[in-house]
Design a binder for this molecule. Structure first.
Ligand code: HEM
Length: 455
């Protein structure tokens, strides 16, 4: 671990991160394949490796970090050293300011205003919405048949998110929102990962489509805000927290457009991710009947009633299954940062201005850290084995100051949903593989078909 007192002068004495030896075309392809590309980069250059696409005055270097120590050096340190990067800049440019994209300085007060909505204690209030959304899925499939887990889980998570923090049922607009999200996020990630980018003012067809998608989603968020302003009684904690937040410099409330931008980001960050986590866990259970029966028995032991946040303490094995799913299929395959000055990463020097790509997917599948890494084995996450493990080895929600604000929400929602669904129905996955697209976050390339029947 780097000593935070390490001076810039000391860092200058360190060797630069070694350059990755892959030919440039292979590198470009690997960098743009956000999940499995990480393993290609590591196989050729190790867990801390520098990717250069040309002279640094033309194309800034990218350093890929995929080991626990190196990731801790990037994410776990003073945020004066690492900042939002080109990925966040692209999102900011397209969709305005929000918690996700704000630079560290203006981000702090916004985080303070919104954090109470998502504390471990406060998210417990939403458990009724979460369990009922999952129960609706279970009830719908009690008679059995072939279900598309991808579509069904999106419905569950969209309903949970909408009802618990936004005060509406988003499902009427779910399909449209999902489509718009993918267009907009795919565009930003695609731009961010090009070694050379067209200028932003150029009205390319892709840009026009992305702007139209954002405009359509902002219409939905504007509708939410208008409804909450008109009726203070609407139970929409996130919207009310944003209405109550103030700008630290002016003391004024956030503008309506700032609030709408934030709501949009929460819809984006809080929906696809949990849908992927739940879909993957159900798909994996559909291939491991003995694990599935254990989850079902754990949930059934709680009785045939709506599950609550208090029940989570008795759903330890269900939680292990989810964690193993998040290891194998992390919905955020990686995160990016910009080095604000020369910094030390795992004994190497990373130059100021470098884009640092933190490879969560590769970290979670590193054979040196996880024996038989591709095998689905929830026992990796028993409490004892978790305690014995280095904290920076498992990072589905990233780590450090800017880790996921929705972690407790997501874990509660997916645990209650998995237990509720598997208690009611038995699943058999039809597909051997779990195909994904990674436009930005990792999403199932549906349909993911499972045969289901009542238990
Ligand atoms: C399994 C589900 C989820 C996963 C795996 C996940 C993962 C992550 C990761 C890795 C980050 C860090 C991104 C970065 O540094 O660039 C992040 C940030 C964020 N997530 Fe999540 N997330 C999940 C669910 C949620 C939910 C349910 C919400 C909200 C309801 C949410 C809202 C956010 C927001 C707003 C940020 C930006 C936080 C900040 O910069 O302060 N996420 N998430």
């Amino acid at each position: 671990m780097v000593d935070s007192t390490t001076t810039t002068r000391n860092v200058r004495d360190l060797p630069l991160v070694p350059r990755n030896p892959l030919p440039i075309l292979r590198l470009i392809q690997a960098v743009r394949t956000l999940d499995t590309g990480q393993e290609v980069i590591r196989a050729a250059g190790g867990s801390v490796t520098r990717v250069s696409f040309g002279p640094s005055w033309l194309v800034p270097s990218l350093v890929s970090v995929m080991s626990p120590d190196a990731i801790r050096d990037v994410l776990g340190r003073n945020d004066a050293l690492a900042e939002r990067c080109i990925v966040h800049d692209e999102v900011r440019h397209l969709a305005g300011d929000s918690l996700f994209v704000l630079p560290n300085e203006p981000w702090r007060p916004r985080k303070r205003a919104l954090a109470p909505v998502f504390t471990k204690v406060n998210v417990r209030k939403y458990s009724g919405h979460m369990s009922r959304a999952a129960q609706a899925f279970a009830d719908q499939w009690r008679d059995g048949g072939d279900v598309d887990l991808d579509a069904a889980c999106r419905t569950v998570t969209m309903r949970s998110l909408g009802r618990s923090v936004l005060g509406i049922d988003l499902n009427d607009s779910a399909a449209a929102i999902a489509e718009h999200m993918h267009v907009a996020s795919g565009y930003t990630a695609d731009r961010a990962l090009r070694p050379l980018r067209a200028p932003r003012w150029l009205p390319t067809p892709a840009r026009r489509r992305a702007r139209a998608a954002v405009a359509a989603m902002l219409e939905v968020t504007a509708g939410i805000l208008t409804a909450c302003r008109a009726d203070q009684g609407i139970d929409a904690p996130l919207v009310h927290a944003l209405i109550g937040a103030t700008d630290p410099e002016t003391g004024k409330p956030l503008s309506d457009s700032d609030i709408c931008n934030d709501l949009l980001i929460f819809m984006l960050a809080g929906h696809d991710t949990t849908a992927t986590a739940l879909t993957y866990a159900l798909w994996a259970l559909g291939h491991h009947p003995e694990v599935q029966d254990r989850v079902a028995a754990e949930a059934a032991a709680l009785g045939d009633r709506e599950l609550t946040a208090e029940d989570v303490a008795h759903l330890g094995y269900t939680t292990q299954v989810l964690r193993e799913g998040l290891r194998l299929c992390p919905p955020a395959a990686g995160v990016g940062r910009l080095a604000l000055r020369d910094i030390e990463v795992d004994g190497y020097r990373v130059k100021k201005g470098t884009l640092i790509a933190v490879g969560i997917y590769a970290l979670h599948r590193d054979p040196q850290l996880w024996p038989d890494p591709t095998a689905f084995d929830p026992d990796r996450f028993t409490p004892e084995r978790m305690r014995a493990r280095e904290r920076w080895q498992f990072l589905p929600f990233a780590g450090g100051a800017r880790s996921c604000i929705g972690e407790h929400f997501a874990m509660l929602e997916t645990t209650l949903a998995l237990a509720t669904i598997v208690r009611a129905i038995r699943l058999r996955s039809r597909d051997d593989e779990f195909p994904v697209d990674v436009p930005f976050t990792t999403v199932a390339r549906g349909p993911i078909t499972a045969h289901v029947e009542a238990r």
